[in-house]
Design a binder for this molecule. Structure first.
Ligand SMILES: Cc1ncc(COP(=O)(O)O)c(C=O)c1O
Length: 400
């Protein structure tokens, strides 16, 4: 009998983390690598947030807190939901965890039983299906298309729902496509959910503030207030405030679900990092100018990458509404052979040959459940993006 748990055999390690690790190894071995694989802003955490964290340390805020967060941060989150999302969550309806990732995990662990299904639109963030499997549920993948802007239609959602469906995981703007749903597009989905009262909504709003060209973010319980009683609204400070390493995410939801999530957290991590919680209070209550400044840079980089990639024969790259990713199709390159002799049979072969032959690290689409595509994270310096696009162009031009 294996020493390791059977649960573990159901999941795979995160492919995005694996590719970033391979790129780092190649760099350490002296290769000229441009990594476009990491899902985090390249900006530093704003100074006022760092100052707040240092002040918290000096004030002795270095002990355990309540399992799902301090009253001060819950109050700041409650005000944020009210101010930005028109959602009324009392402090008892708020859970704070070690990143949005832990909140998603707690939500699934607290609710899934064997046989329970979770609808996940593809392309999806790599962790969703594996988290569902770890929690004992069954992922049901609803695959979108490039032509639909990688957005789920009402018909697709309707077709994916069964009597066993417990959740739909919704993510807009999304990772890896950057697709953002307009109010009307989201309303079409919430109308379907109104016909299926047993289905709950887990909405991952992590990229709320990273939106361009006037895109207006909206979240399911705001678009359809009648869904409030069965929605877990998840957000965090990682992306908007360049705080990935601080590990603070949070959610608002019905009190019994929040209490169940607290129970899990109290037996796993005890509480999120106290110092980071004080930093997050400042992130939510302090000046927000860095979001506007960072978005201007992200938009410029998005436009640069989209135009460079669309100039390459065989690649089609839609312009996404938000986040810091593009998700181009390489349908026009399948079946060709690279200068190094690799047959491009699928997007994994493409990404591997691209890294080996040019040093550009991207993540292949199969990792996100929709092929043949790849994901570029443009949260990196303009010069690196220019150089990477030039290398991708040369690589593609040399395919035979
Ligand atoms: C869609 C999505 N949700 C959640 C997370 C996790 O965020 P956090 O760093 O707060 O755990 C990520 C991080 O890449 C993400 O892309």
């Amino acid at each position: 009998m294996s020493f390791l748990s059977a649960t573990l055999s159901r999941v795979k390690p995160s492919p995005t983390i694996a590719i970033s690790a391979r790129a780092r190894e190649m760099k350490a071995a002296g290769h000229d690598v441009i990594a476009l694989s990491a899902g985090e802003p390249d900006f530093d955490t704003p100074d006022n947030i760092k100052v707040a964290a240092k002040a918290a340390i000096d004030a002795g805020q270095t002990k355990y807190t309540d399992p799902d967060g301090t009253p001060e941060l819950k109050s700041a989150i409650s005000a944020k939901f009210q101010r930005e999302n028109e959602l009324d969550y009392s402090e008892a309806q708020i859970s704070i965890g070690t990143g949005g990732k832990q909140i998603l995990y707690n939500g699934l662990m607290a609710t899934l039983n064997p046989g329970d299904e979770v609808v996940i639109p593809a392309p999806y963030w790599v962790s969703y299906p594996d988290m569902v499997l770890l929690a004992g549920g069954t992922p049901v993948i609803a695959t979108t298309t490039l032509e639909s802007g990688f957005k789920l239609s009402a018909e697709q959602l309707e077709a994916a729902i069964t009597p066993r469906t417990k959740w739909i995981i919704f993510n807009s703007p999304g990772n890896p496509s950057g697709a953002g749903y307009s109010w009307e597009e989201l309303k079409a989905l919430t109308d379907v959910l109104m016909r299926h009262p047993h289905v709950w909504v887990m909405t991952d709003d992590m990229y709320e503030h990273l939106a361009y060209d006037g895109f207006e973010f909206c979240t399911p319980a705001q678009v359809e207030p009648a869904l409030y009683e069965r929605t877990l609204t998840i957000n965090g400070v990682s992306k908007a405030h360049a705080m990935t390493g601080w590990r603070i995410g949070y959610a608002g939801g019905p009190e019994p679900l929040i209490a169940a999530m607290r129970k899990i957290q109290s037996q796993s991590t005890s509480c999120p990092c106290t110092i980071s919680q004080w930093a997050a209070v400042e992130a939510l209550e302090g000046p927000q100018d860095h979001i506007i400044a960072n978005n201007a840079v992200f938009k410029r980089r998005r436009d640069l990458v989209v135009s460079r990639l669309n100039a390459i024969t065989g690649i089609t790259c839609p312009t996404p509404e938000g986040a810091f990713y593009v998700y181009p199709s390489i349908a026009g390159l399948i079946g060709r052979t690279s200068a190094g002799g690799t047959k491009i049979t699928d997007d994994e072969a493409f990404a591997t040959a691209l890294l080996d032959e040019t040093g550009v690290a991207v993540v292949f689409g199969a990792a996100f459940g929709l092929s043949p595509n790849f994901r570029i994270s443009y949260a990196t310096a303009d010069a690196a993006l220019e150089a990477a696009c030039a290398r991708i162009q040369t690589f593609c031009n040399n395919l035979t």
